[in-house]
Design a protein around this ligand. Structure first.
Ligand SMILES: *[C@@H]1O[C@H](CO)[C@@H](O)[C@H](O)[C@H]1NC(C)=O
Ligand SMILES: *[C@@H]1O[C@H](CO)[C@@H](O)[C@H](O)[C@H]1NC(C)=O
Ligand SMILES: *[C@@H]1O[C@H](CO)[C@@H](O)[C@H](O)[C@H]1NC(C)=O
Length: 296
């Protein structure tokens, strides 16, 4: 049997046009997919060279030497390491109320504690005179339930190099960086920069992970994990002290994340089932999240 292509000339005119149209449509769709992928690849350039830190060359060795000075401050470091972190676990009423606001098991206790602090901190703030707030990139805004008390500006990371922004010094009452510092090449420099941007007495809220599988690969690099004591070392430039600190995790929750991270719907299901029991405990030897709130 002869193929349809060879029988074309004998077909009526309108039937001859059809295969050509199909071929054209196929070609066009192919072209569209290729250009869409090109745009996607441009927007998600994940090579190290796409990081501002590698192209801007704004960091000098002296800045690093100035920043990493824990041994010059041995006594202050000792007293920071002596600091007791108090993590509040929710009662039944709080659990119901806050679960709606912060439904993720892995971050619930952390956001709940930061929420309590922000509630206290903004208690006397009038909506007509909001605090000036800066949110540095991140996956979530710790300010999201305080929009009536805060005038929030945002910078995106990694688009903006948060080791050294162009923002003016002493300009914010409060800065939040949610799940950012583990993705920053030199966390101590980023923290010095946050310190520079804050007004005297301003506060910084840094939330990050103590454990997590490698993440963020499609958009940025993943450099660090933070223990409580590491956050204390980072806290040294903040002479106003530690307003809140903590870690939260349980061995069951951490091992579930490790096992099912790449099967996220199943992980979500398991986290949903273990939510109520796990958020009632905090296993300090198996931290998952860590956070610190510092005063300039
Ligand atoms: C830290 O705690 C230890 C043990 O309680 C104490 O001996 C020491 O003086 C404390 N250091 C500072 C700087 O507070
Ligand atoms: C909010 O922030 C913007 C940008 O920094 C500023 O121009 C504006 O005056 C602020 N508004 C209030 C009410 O503080
Ligand atoms: C995800 O986990 C469930 C439960 O263990 C399993 O049935 C399913 O096959 C897993 N899916 C993948 C893609 O691994």
């Amino acid at each position: 049997m002869r193929s349809a292509w060879f029988s074309l000339p004998s077909l009526p005119r309108h039937k001859r046009v059809q295969p050509v149209l199909y071929a054209l449509v196929t070609l066009l769709s192919l072209l569209c997919s290729v250009s869409l992928y090109a745009v996607y690849a441009l927007l998600h350039d994940r090579s190290a060279a796409s990081f501002p830190i590698f192209s801007s060359r704004t960091i000098t060795a002296q800045q690093l030497l100035d920043a990493y000075h824990p041994l010059d401050n041995a006594e202050q470091l000792e007293s920071r390491l002596n600091h007791t972190c108090r993590v509040t676990l929710p009662d039944t009423e709080q659990l119901t109320r806050f679960r709606k606001l912060y439904p993720s098991l892995s971050r619930f206790i952390m956001y709940f504690n930061v929420h309590l602090l922000l509630e206290e901190h903004t208690k006397h703030v009038l909506p007509s005179q909001p605090l000036q707030a800066l949110q540095l990139g991140g996956s979530f805004s710790v300010f999201q339930n305080f929009e009536d008390k805060l005038n929030i500006s945002e910078t995106q990371y990694p688009q903006v190099d948060i080791h050294r922004t162009n923002l003016p010094s002493n300009s914010y009452d409060i800065i939040g960086a949610d799940q950012v510092i583990e993705h920053v090449l030199f966390p101590q420099l980023a923290i010095m920069e946050i310190h520079r941007l804050l007004r005297p007495d301003g506060i910084a809220i840094l939330t990050t992970c103590a454990y997590n599988p490698v993440h963020g690969k499609t958009a940025f690099l993943d450099f660090w994990r933070f223990m409580r004591d590491g956050l204390m070392v980072l806290s040294l430039p903040f002479r106003g002290g530690v307003l809140q600190c903590g870690t939260w995790g349980t061995s069951k929750m951490v091992s579930t994340r490790a096992k099912y991270y790449y099967n996220s719907s199943y992980e979500k299901k398991l986290f949903g089932e273990m939510f109520e029991s796990e958020v009632r405990v905090n296993d300090l030897d198996n931290p998952f999240q860590s956070w610190i709130v510092l005063r300039k």
